[in-house]
Structure formats: structure tokens, C-alpha cells
Ligand binder design. Structure first.
Ligand code: CAA
Length: 260
């Protein structure tokens, strides 16, 4: 049964992961995190999946946070382990060798916003609400929110959200740069799938290297990042897909990328 807590379906070249606990607004407990972890492993092995979408079940929530009922009885050690588990699963999302897009279809609070932040980028529905309300519970964000949010929107705006615990609308989240696009709820999956399909047409190894260069490069000095970029660029030049991409351009046809 626990597998049902996270559903994933494959319609190549896309896979959609749905956090599926609608009665608890898709809150992340230990079991959900473990099944999500397993789903990511399965998806990572499927070459025909080129882009992954993560969303929440129902029309109300993407994910309303880590499970407060489960956390309410945790000891200090259990809390640290839970936080670390969440961080590691979200790191797996970030480091997946395929682009991952969050389709935020409602509340993205606490661990839910942290899940969206671990994706490569997010689109939201107009009804979505964003926030890190942990301090209102007397706790702090524990799945990377204090680290990823300031990197995305700057320290000042991140601290305002983290220290007030307030919720912001999808429009405000767009203005802050938390999400890339806001659309009506009934157009969300269509919009996310459109951009996912556009991405999926590109060379899969180039996508994987490019996303990782942005993430790794963000945390290191510019010159080191540029050196890493040159080496990766050189590596790309030797790839079959790169030869195919350039040959296809010169022959005025669409490339057929094989992931080699
Ligand atoms: N954990 C566990 N259960 C949750 C939950 C959560 N994060 N969020 C909602 N639920 C449950 C509610 O307890 C309720 O269950 P019952 O029907 O059994 O009572 C059900 O989902 C529906 O929720 P509400 O009745 O509260 O719905 P609402 O429409 O009145 O309010 C809401 C919606 C504003 C999102 C409200 O549910 C809420 O504030 N949720 C908590 C948000 C939050 O604080 N998230 C941060 C958690 S801490 C965290 O995430 C730490 C971390 O970084 C690791």
C-alpha cells in the first residue's frame, strides 16, 4: 500500500511523479520520502524518460509540508535523522541526471516548498500558495529551505519568508523568482508538459551536464566554474549526440539523440 503514497507514470519521454496523500494535503512523512526515493531510483534507470514532472494529488495541495503529526513525537536524534532523510531525497531530485520540473498545484509549504526548490524550476497554478511556516510551529525548515531559498531569491527575501512564516500567493512567488510561470489550475499540467516536451527534444547528456553545471557552479568561484564548463564542453565535443546534433543542423534535419 505504501507504494500508493507516491505514484509515478511513464509516458515517454516524460515521467510524472505524484505525491499522493491528498487527505493530509500530501504531507511528507518517512514512508512518503522512502517511496519517493525508490521512485527516483527507478526513473533514473529508464533511458526513455528524458524529463520528470513532480506534482501533488488533488486540487488543493502540492505538498503542505513535512508531516506535523509524525514530527510532533520526535526526539532530537529522530528529528535530525528525519531532516537528513528529507535532505538526501531532495538532493537526489536535484542531482537526477534528467531535468525535473515542479508542477505546483496548490499549497507548497515547508517541506513542500523545499521539494519544489530541489527541482530545476517550477510552474504554479494561480491558487498555489508558498511559504516556510516552520517557525510558527517553533521549528525551522529542515529539508534544505534555509539553504536553497536564499540561493534562489537572495538572503533578504528568503529571511523575510523564513522569519515571518507567512504565505505568499503564486503571483508574489513569481515576482520573487520562486516559480517561473503562473497559469490557471486547469492549464498547469498542459503548460508543464509543453515545456517538458520542448526540453526532451534536446540531447539528454547535454541536459544532464548543463543542469549540474548550473548547480555545482553556483557554489564555487566563477573561474573554477568556468574551468569546469570548458572541460565539460570538451567532453561534449567527443559525444555521439553532439556529432549528430551538429550534423543534423548542417543537413537541415531534426537530430536523433541516443544519449551516447
Ligand atoms: N502535516 C500533517 N498533516 C497535515 C499537514 C502537515 N504538514 N498539513 C495539512 N495536514 C492535514 C491536516 O491535519 C488535516 O487533517 P485532518 O483532516 O485529519 O484534520 C488535513 O491535512 C487538511 O488540512 P486542514 O484541515 O488544515 O486544511 P485547511 O484548508 O484548513 O488548511 C493549510 C490548509 C493552510 C495548508 C493547513 O493545513 C496548514 O497550515 N498545514 C500545515 C502547513 C505547515 O505548517 N507546513 C510546514 C510543516 S513543517 C516542515 O515542513 C518542516 C520541514 O521543513 C522538514
Amino acid at each position: 500500500m505504501s507504494e500508493d503514497l507516491v505514484l509515478w507514470e511513464k509516458i515517454p519521454p516524460l515521467a510524472t511523479i505524484t505525491i499522493n496523500r491528498p487527505k493530509a494535503l500530501n504531507a511528507l512523512n518517512t514512508k512518503v520520502l522512502s517511496v519517493l526515493d525508490q521512485s527516483l531510483d527507478e526513473i533514473s534507470r529508464e533511458d526513455e524518460i528524458r524529463v520528470v514532472i513532480i506534482t501533488g494529488s488533488g486540487e488543493k495541495a502540492f505538498v503542505a509540508g513535512a508531516d506535523i503529526a509524525e514530527m510532533s513525537n520526535m526526539t532530537s536524534l529522530e528529528g535530525a535523522n528525519f531532516s537528513r532523510l528529507g535532505q538526501l531525497v531532495l538532493r537526489k531530485v536535484q542531482e537526477l541526471k534528467k531535468p525535473v520540473i515542479a508542477a505546483v498545484n496548490g499549497y507548497a509549504l515547508g517541506g513542500g516548498l523545499e521539494l519544489a526548490l530541489s527541482c530545476d524550476f517550477a510552474y504554479a497554478s494561480e491558487n498555489a500558495k508558498f511559504g516556510l511556516p516552520e517557525v510558527t510551529l517553533g521549528i525551522i525548515p529542515g529539508f534544505g529551505g534555509t539553504q536553497r531559498l536564499p540561493r534562489l531569491i537572495g538572503k533578504g527575501r528568503a529571511k523575510e519568508l523564513i522569519l515571518t512564516g507567512k504565505m505568499v500567493s503564486a503571483k508574489e512567488a513569481f515576482e520573487m523568482g520562486i516559480v517561473n510561470k503562473v497559469v490557471p489550475l486547469d492549464k498547469l499540467m498542459e503548460s508543464v508538459k509543453d515545456v517538458a516536451i520542448q526540453i526532451s527534444k534536446n540531447g539528454p547528456i547535454a541536459l544532464s551536464i548543463a543542469k549540474s553545471l548550473v548547480d555545482v557552479g553556483y557554489d564555487i568561484p566563477l573561474d573554477d566554474g568556468c574551468i569546469l564548463e570548458s572541460r565539460s564542453f570538451g567532453m561534449c565535443c567527443a559525444m555521439e549526440d553532439t556529432k549528430e546534433g551538429m550534423k543534423a543542423f548542417l543537413e537541415k534535419r531534426k537530430p536523433v539523440f541516443k544519449g551516447r
